[in-house]
Design a protein around this ligand. Structure first.
Ligand SMILES: [Zn+2]
Length: 125
């Protein structure tokens, strides 16, 4: 209950203060969707803090949440045993429809980090 109220409050606050999400801030956006939403960043909590959120199109939002769910599932399934490299690849293919090479993943997470760093600098100045 409290959590739901908080969720509602924070989303209302975001919209009130920053407006409706009107673009996709994902560095890997494919521009597939024109519907934009405020999304909670991984590992962040529902707080009145713009930096805990980013704007995502519906396509990226779904992908982003799916990855979150997927990670959760994997870590649960992974308890007590280890997947082989091939098994991991199979899972990656079935959940995303394509293989993301480790190199790309590293690049992606780097670009996100860089993006947030720049954004922080901007908001301070
Ligand atoms: Zn997008």
């Amino acid at each position: 209950m409290t959590k739901d109220n908080n969720y509602y409050n924070v989303h209302q606050w975001l919209r009130h203060r920053y407006g409706n999400a009107n673009k996709c801030e994902s560095p890997e956006c494919e521009g597939k969707s024109k519907t934009f939403q405020w999304a909670l960043l991984k590992g962040k909590s529902y707080k009145h803090n713009r930096e805990n959120f980013w704007m995502l199109c519906r396509s990226c939002h779904r992908k982003y949440d799916m990855t979150k769910e997927w990670n959760k599932k994997i870590s649960k399934a992974n308890k007590g045993r280890k997947f082989s490299e091939q098994h991991r690849k199979n899972i990656a293919i079935s959940s995303t429809g394509r293989i993301i090479p480790t190199e790309t993943k590293t690049k992606m997470s780097k670009s996100i980090t860089e993006w947030w760093r720049l954004r922080k600098l901007k908001s301070i100045n």
